[in-house]
Design a protein around this ligand. Structure first.
Ligand code: AMP
Ligand code: ZN
Length: 481
């Protein structure tokens, strides 16, 4: 089936984004008129990313897909932080990778290799498109040193006994992105400053401690050591995308610190505006309103979902159901509902596919079909309103005045933005999942009727299909054996 015609809409694409810099919805225009340069702050590879982290990358992927859907070519770069991210945001504590290496009795290099591979595997399962440039901090040490030297030349730096620091008082726009009250901060509660001149100053380069043998350290004109966390993103984004580029994405926690510091470093060095559009996604929170984070110990990763027989793309579906700038509430019920709705969607798709057969799909001629298409486009181009676009998709699928050919064509077209893998659904796999779920329900019924032998028999059947049942206070769960 050819889908080319479906996009022959006459109106010009206007994409709007909410820019953190202005706090306003703005119409997007790329610098060079055609190719959009986009940078996504990537993972710190000291452990497996949790599904909250993955939300930030799903969001960036959707933003890129929307741009591509709107006719732009996109060049996307993403960093892999494998050095310099310390356990405390105040430039203190242990390097997260070094700490993980110590705990796992290996080297920081091995930790980086292991969790970069894990991240890429998880991203692929979530149908996140590979970025054009994946850049590691440790592969760009000389670029980071060069940038620090430029900042030194421009008199933004000073040296303490433990590193080279950025003097934020020399950069008048410091904190604009986050609307930080810098003066208030300076006058406010005392925090441990060490040798820092201002509370907001941050490390560009940290010296290896005397007597300390780090797995990762480099010689530099300032002394042996390693880069601070923020400098990698400035150095690599400007190397690959230019000194001023279009879009920078990340989670909202990056606004007051990491991205604020990236702006200070880049603009301090070049004297030019660093990024035109800053886009930030909100957190995934557990039903008890706590943010999911490794330090809170309430972490779920993609493996946890898979072990329970949940399709990773059902999680992507769940993310699409909330606007990226809103908190995404996560819990048992919410996950189950999303998984069931996604299942229904996949079944509907297979049914349509069968009905359509080899019918040729040309230009979307039906006025009703065009209405849905126009509505969908206006929603996703309006600051990525995916929850609304999902609702439009459901309305479209339930509209009896549309032919199956049109429905199928529209669904495949919408999928370019959603990235739900609807073009690759296998009927066999779906039936298998369904079968096991039905068995699980049957076993529950047997138990309710105190038919213990029957329940055990079904448990064995499930076991033979590759799953074990875990009985939890919240009900039974499937786990891959
Ligand atoms: P990190 O690997 O710690 O540098 O974080 C990777 C990304 O995940 C960053 O963009 C964070 O903003 C984002 N992030 C961290 N925790 C959450 C959460 N609970 N929900 C959504 N995004 C998160
Ligand atoms: Zn970054």
């Amino acid at each position: 089936m050819s889908l080319e015609g479906v996009l022959n809409m006459k109106e010009k694409t206007k994409i709007k984004f909410r820019n953190t810099l202005s706090r306003k919805i703005e119409t997007f225009a790329p610098i060079d008129g055609s190719e959009v340069k986009m940078y996504t702050c990537g993972p710190t590879v000291y452990g497996r990313a949790h599904i909250g982290n993955m939300r930030a990358y799903i969001f960036a992927d959707v933003a890129r897909r929307v741009l591509e859907y709107g006719g732009y070519k996109v060049k996307q770069a993403m960093n892999i932080t494998d050095v310099g991210h310390l356990t405390s945001d105040a430039d203190e504590g242990e390097d997260k990778l070094q700490k993980s290496a110590r705990e796992q009795k290996t080297t920081a290099w091995e930790i980086s290799k292991k969790y970069t591979a894990q991240f890429l595997e998880d991203a692929s399962k979530l149908n996140i498109q590979p970025v054009h440039i994946l850049c590691k901090a440790t592969d760009h040490i000389s670029e980071q040193i060069e940038l620090i030297k430029r900042l030194e030349d421009n008199e933004f730096t000073y040296i303490t006994s433990d590193g080279v620091y950025y003097d934020t008082s020399k950069f008048p726009r410091y904190g604009d992105l986050a609307r930080l009250d810098v003066e208030g901060l300076q006058a406010g509660a005392r925090i441990e400053m060490g040798e820092k001149r201002n509370k907001t100053d941050f490390a560009l380069w940290k010296f290896s401690k005397p007597g300390e043998k780090r797995d990762m350290e480099w010689d530099s004109p300032f002394g042996k050591g390693f880069p601070g966390w923020h400098i990698e993103c400035s150095a690599m984004s400007m190397k690959y995308l230019g000194e001023t580029f279009d879009i920078h994405t990340g989670g909202i926690d990056h606004i007051p610190l990491h991205h604020t510091n990236e702006i200070a470093q880049s603009e301090g060095a070049t004297g030019k505006k660093f990024v035109n559009y800053w886009l930030h996604s909100d957190f995934l929170v557990m039903s008890d309103q706590e943010k999911m984070s490794k330090s809170l110990g309430n972490v779920i990763n993609l493996g946890t979902l898979e072990e329970r027989g949940i399709d990773p793309l059902a999680y992507r579906y769940l993310c699409l159901g909330a606007h990226y700038r809103k908190r995404l509430l996560f819990g048992e019920e919410i996950l189950k509902n999303a998984s069931n709705s996604f299942d229904r969607l996949k079944r509907k798709l297979l049914e349509l596919k069968e009905n359509v057969g080899n019918a040729q799909f040309r230009e979307m001629e039906s006025p009703i079909g065009r209405k849905y298409l126009a509505k969908f486009r206006s929603e996703v181009f309006n600051d990525l309103n995916t929850p609304q676009a999902l609702a439009t998709m459901q309305d479209m699928l339930g509209d009896n005045s549309l032919s199956d050919v049109d429905k199928y064509g529209l669904l495949m077209d919408f999928n370019k933005v959603f990235g739900l893998g609807l073009d690759k659904i296998q009927p066999e796999k779906l039936d298998m999942d369904k079968e096991i779920q039905t068995l699980l329900e049957k076993r529950e019924n047997a138990r309710k009727n105190r038919d213990w032998d029957g329940a055990d028999e079904i448990r064995n059947e499930i076991y033979n299909s590759g799953f074990v049942i875990e009985d939890t206070p919240k009900g039974p769960r499937l786990k891959k054996r």
